[in-house]
Design a protein around this ligand. Structure first.
Ligand code: UDP
Length: 405
């Protein structure tokens, strides 16, 4: 008679072989079989399939995957949809941040939202049917998030969403649709703030049987974990500079808004040099309007890895961005932030005066930068948890065998 370690690949293969002609009840999960396994003793095992595909998700997963790896019996299978695929938007993060190598690389990118999401769903569904995980873990608000959550839910698999409950209340943003729908079908909702948790309570998610956990922000964990490893980027930097990133569709897909933002940044260069790691999507949009990237007063550099980004943040005088992640990282590194959008889902930062949400009008942007540039950094209010979000998430998931309470 053969004995398998509960939850091991061999064990799962044996289970699949034994039951390959059975019709599993909706919600079938490996943990059910594991609990029946006489070799298991008190050892419980669990398989998690993590779906990711975009840069901010790699950063979030780096700390959560590490926390999961600290729990005996948890097997994590990483699926990379391919949404971001350049080396410096993807592989670099896996190497520098020691994220588990994806077991599946789907290579799906460069398509309109519907096609992208649809093709991802198709492939993710196949993988989930094969892997039969106990949990499907998704992060943030990209098309990969929604595709993973939807594919899982339609197979009656349980979905855990990290960074749940955020709302910009701007449904023109693709991210907002992805957030709302993913939150609506997730069983475990990990919120970075009380406001996010309240949002989900108000939307009735508790009554639906979902579980809402105020974990704090995993990016706070990442900023603290990787800060000692920060390193200077290859590009030469001015002594004092403003760090800028922008890539939101509503800013760069509309040529008028893009020109307005570029004008605002050029004006800002007269106050302090602006260093801008250039997102590939933004580069494409700038090339489409014929903007002379090489001749610009804005110092565009190639996208950098997270360790270099932490250095750039640490040495900057101020942050200008339309990125969700950067708004928080500015705060974690004690820099004021000027957000070039009309709204933010990270409302606490704006409420505390740490983040100034100014829209895209060049004179508003310039005026705000000039008002903030010499203000001493004072950030007394602690936001987004205590820096142990990843551990809370891993522990909560590890403690779930059977249906979510
Ligand atoms: N980031 C990076 N290198 C760069 C630009 C950004 O590592 O060249 C990091 C940044 O520090 C943050 C994350 O990428 O952690 C933000 O990702 P992005 O702006 O693409 O997405 P968003 O946060 O807006 O969803």
């Amino acid at each position: 008679m053969l004995f398998y370690r509960a939850g091991s690949l061999a064990f799962r293969q044996a289970v699949r072989h034994t039951y390959k002609n059975c019709t599993f009840a909706p919600g079938f999960s490996g943990s059910f079989w594991t609990r029946l396994d006489p070799t298991a003793n008190s050892y419980q095992s669990m398989k998690i399939v993590t779906i990711l595909g975009a840069r901010p998700q790699f950063i979030k997963a780096s700390v959560v995957s590490y926390a999961l790896s600290q729990h005996d019996g948890i097997q994590e299978v990483v699926v990379h949809t391919g949404q971001h695929f350049d080396r410096n938007m993807s592989q670099l993060f896996f190497e520098e941040m020691r994220i588990p190598e994806p077991a599946y690389q789907l290579g799906i990118h460069g398509l309109p939202h519907g096609a992208l999401t649809g093709r991802m769903m198709e492939r993710v569904e196949e993988i989930l049917m094969h892997e039969q995980p106990d949990w499907v873990l998704v992060y943030g608000d990209t098309d990969s998030t929604l595709a993973g959550a939807l594919a899982a839910k339609k197979l009656h698999l349980r979905v855990a969403h990290v960074e749940a409950g955020l709302r910009s209340y701007n449904e023109a943003m693709p991210e907002e649709i992805n957030r709302i729908l993913t939150d609506r079908i997730s069983d475990l909702l990990f919120c970075p703030s009380e406001a996010a948790a309240n949002q989900l309570r108000n939307e009735g998610r508790l009554a639906d049987g979902a579980r809402i956990v105020m974990s704090g922000d995993v990016m706070k964990d990442a900023a603290a974990r990787f800060a000692p490893l920060m390193k200077a980027p290859a590009a030469a930097l001015p002594d004092r500079y403003i760090l800028c990133t922008f890539h939101r569709a509503e800013n760069v897909d509309n040529p008028q808004t893009l020109k307005q933002l570029l004008y605002a940044l050029e004006l800002t260069c007269n106050t302090l040099p602006v260093v801008c790691p250039l997102h590939p999507h933004t580069r494409k949009s700038m090339e489409a309007i014929g903007y002379p990237i090489e001749k610009s007063p804005i110092r565009f550099i190639e996208p950098v890895g997270y360790l270099e980004m932490l250095y750039l943040l640490d040495h900057s005088a101020l942050v200008m961005t339309d990125s969700g992640g950067l708004q928080k990282e500015a705060y974690y590194t004690r820099k004021y932030c000027v957000t070039m959008r009309n709204e933010t889902e990270w409302t606490e930062l704006a409420g505390c005066g740490y983040n100034h949400v100014v829209g895209t009008e060049p004179m508003n942007i310039l005026q705000t930068v000039q008002n903030l540039i010499d203000v001493p950094p004072v950030f007394p209010i602690a936001l987004y948890g205590d820096g142990h979000a990843a551990e809370i998430i891993a522990q909560t998931i590890a403690a779930t065998i059977g249906p979510v309470a």
